[in-house]
Design a protein around this ligand. Structure first.
Ligand SMILES: Cc1ncc(COP(=O)(O)O)c(C=O)c1O
Length: 394
């Protein structure tokens, strides 16, 4: 089997004509490596499905009940050996609204939700949206990287939270939680009566060498957990507003069955069309994406070694977000500011992901080879005043 070619990316001046958040938040000469959108051309099977819908003026309401569940089930079985019952798949507009709807049905005033910081920052907003209290059970961080701290999790569970919002694979650290760790999470969930919501939006983006374990495939998990997934990260479809909540046990199906009947009507019709195309026909493209991202990840390592050796990182096990430890560059809690102001490179703020993100930034490398190169040069330039980029102290 030959090596898969890189996916195409438009030139920077064309990318700058996009109107999505990544390309419109920072104008002028700023290079954005921020929000989790990708710069690659759409998967042809997805683009064709959307073009066909436009040609047909097929722009009415979505029907998340037709086809989407079967397509997801087919994909999950082929990709992960996960047998999903299509009747237990519920369409929602996005992962955030799926999680918040489950929260609303489970959380009573004064209840607590546990999350593992540093974590995708809208988790904090979703918890606040339903008036719940947030309990951080920070990830552990050692030479082997970032991982679930099962003791910290048990201490948090012992306080009897109602829900644990798990992120697997984990944004921003890129960890694919191990099956043994997740098995222990199931045990703790039963022991302390906690419901697990597993946000698995990044699951299709796991690199070779790592194995994604769908939470609901673990023994005993189905009774205490729901999973929320979407094609939106792996095929870059956030615009189209379609995600799914999956259950595998009557107890959790009963909860999801109480979603507002109107919610189904809000799932984006184009999102359903695109997700079906992606799940049914988008696997060869996904493999090409992962090969491309694997090369970008390696390129980033070379660039950082060469130009910013004081920045420490571990290449992510999944997804296209690099979590960079900038604590040695001497730019305080928010190194992002300096890279933006002096380097004209926009990155995500580490502290937004929680207090343990102080001194970190998150860099999105789902793009061409030129953009990471220009970004790392701009970042190094922004530090060159003091020489810290090269590790000099003069
Ligand atoms: C872990 C995680 N969950 C959810 C989302 C957002 O998903 P949605 O736009 O479907 O709410 C993201 C987006 O990057 C994410 O990283």
């Amino acid at each position: 089997v030959g090596e898969l070619a890189d996916l195409p990316v438009d030139l920077l001046e064309v990318l700058r004509t996009r109107r999505s958040a990544k390309w419109r938040t920072y104008l002028g000469d700023v290079l954005p490596l921020t929000v989790a959108e990708m710069d690659f051309a759409l998967a042809p099977c997805v683009a064709q499905a959307l073009h066909a819908a436009v040609d047909l003026s097929d722009t009415g309401y979505g029907n998340g009940r037709i086809g989407l569940a079967e397509s997801l089930a087919g994909f999950a079985l082929r990709r992960w050996g996960w047998a999903i019952d299509p009747s237990q798949v519920t369409g929602v507009t996005d992962v955030g609204s799926g999680v918040v709807q489950v929260f609303r049905l489970l959380i009573r005033p004064g209840d607590t939700v546990v999350v593992n910081t540093p974590v995708y920052h809208p988790f904090f907003d979703w918890v606040a949206d339903v008036g719940a209290k947030l309990r951080a059970a920070p990830l552990a961080h050692d030479v082997s990287g970032w991982h679930l701290d099962l003791d910290a999790l048990e201490s948090a569970f012992a306080e009897r939270p109602s829900v644990y919002l798990l992120c697997n694979p984990h944004n921003p650290v890129g960890r694919v939680h191990r099956a043994e760790e997740l098995t222990e999470v199931v045990r703790l969930a039963h022991q302390y009566g906690v419901t697990v919501i597993s946000d698995e939006i990044h699951a299709p983006l796991v690199y070779d060498g790592f194995v994604f374990t769908p939470f609901l495939t673990l023994d005993g998990a189905a009774e205490v957990a729901v999973s929320v997934l979407s094609a939106s990260k792996a095929w870059n479809l956030a615009a189209l507003q379609c995600a799914v909540v999956v259950t595998a046990h009557p107890r959790m199906a009963e909860v999801v069955g109480r979603f507002s009947p109107d919610a189904m009507w809000r799932t984006g019709h184009f999102g359903v069309i695109a997700a079906i195309a992606a799940f049914d026909d988008g696997e060869p493209w996904l493999d090409q994406l992962l090969a491309t991202l694997g090369r970008r990840r390696a390129q980033l390592g070379v660039l950082l070694d060469e130009h910013l050796p004081m920045i420490k990182w571990l290449p992510p096990e999944a997804t296209y977000l690099a979590w960079l430890d900038c604590r040695a560059i001497g730019s305080g809690d928010e190194p992002r500011d300096r890279f933006l102001e002096k380097g004209r490179v926009a990155l995500e703020s580490g502290p937004h992901f929680g207090p343990d993100g102080s001194g970190f930034i998150r860099l999105n490398f789902a793009t061409s080879t030129e953009i990471p190169e220009a970004a790392v040069n701009g970042m190094a330039q922004s530090l060159s005043d003091t020489g810290t980029a090269l590790g000099r102290t003069n």
